[in-house]
Ligand binder design. Structure first.
Ligand code: APR
Length: 235
């Protein structure tokens, strides 16, 4: 099984999604300003503060029943998780094969020499507008290992994700608005290869009328019982 998850997977853990207007993270910040290499060049201290806050915020939230269901599926099947999320909730729930196509809030690197940064992070007792990023020995700035708009996806994670999709007996797309490519192309790849695709999303998406089954349900309610429903759903 291959699970393709987006921000909606973590919504029931209390992590705001990107595009749900009333709560979406983007509602409060200009995405281009915060999540782009251009924004990083112009004001790294703002970008650093926003990612650092999300890094610390992740320690205050827990995986939900949806993450736990996906981890439990490993007992009887080979399960790959391809996630657009930069949180570590799938791993904390026990999923072993997680591919982060948009990077992670838990790894950092130098923006000049690319060397991974494992040094101390500035403390952040409460969200602040700006924090100066640590510096690398080479003089570069330490940046989050997250994929910004316009940047290439990590090639190894992408290759593993494409393989996980093409080898799947079933793909389950959870909690993504399916509008950001190339990640949004993965469910289309599965459909093109005749692999059944089940979507779990309380809202309709551009995928909804193309997938095998589209469940208008949330991940934490739909995923725990989904395996038992598969035979009836797939007929
Ligand atoms: N269960 C399942 N789906 C949910 C839930 C829930 N409890 N709550 C919200 N959703 C759905 C919303 O209906 C929406 O379709 O999750 C989706 C979240 O969409 P986005 O906020 O666009 O998040 P995502 O699809 O992951 O964004 C993709 O865009 O901004 C970039 O890099 C960022 O990885 C992100 C990418």
């Amino acid at each position: 099984m291959t699970v393709l998850s987006g921000a909606g997977m973590s919504a029931e853990s209390g992590v705001p999604t990107f595009r749900d207007v009333e709560t979406g993270l983007w509602a409060k910040v200009d995405p281009y300003e915060i999540s782009s290499s251009d924004g990083w060049r112009r004001h790294p201290e703002k970008v650093w503060a926003w990612y650092l806050w999300r890094h610390y915020m992740m320690k205050a939230v827990d995986p939900n029943d949806g993450h736990r269901a996906v981890a439990a599926w490993q007992d009887g099947a080979e399960v790959h998780v391809v996630t657009q999320n930069v949180d570590d909730l799938h791993e904390r729930a026990g999923s072993a094969r997680v591919h982060h196509v948009h990077g992670s809030l838990f790894s950092f690197r130098c923006d000049r020499c690319d060397v991974p940064y494992v040094g101390p992070l500035p403390p952040m007792p409460e969200p602040v507008e700006t924090v100066d990023p640590p510096r690398c020995a080479c003089g570069g700035l330490i940046r989050p290992d997250v994929v910004w708009f316009g940047e290439p996806l990590p090639s190894e994670e992408w290759d593993r994700s494409v393989e996980a999709v093409s080898r799947a007996d079933v793909a389950i797309v959870v909690g993504t608005s399916a509008v950001v490519y190339p990640a949004a192309g993965l469910p289309e790849m599965a459909l093109a290869e005749g692999i059944p695709v089940i979507e779990v999303n309380p809202e309709e998406t551009p995928l909804s009328d193309r997938v095998t089954i589209s469940l208008r349900e949330t991940s934490a309610t739909a995923l725990p019982g989904l395996l038992q429903r598969l035979p009836a759903l797939l007929g």
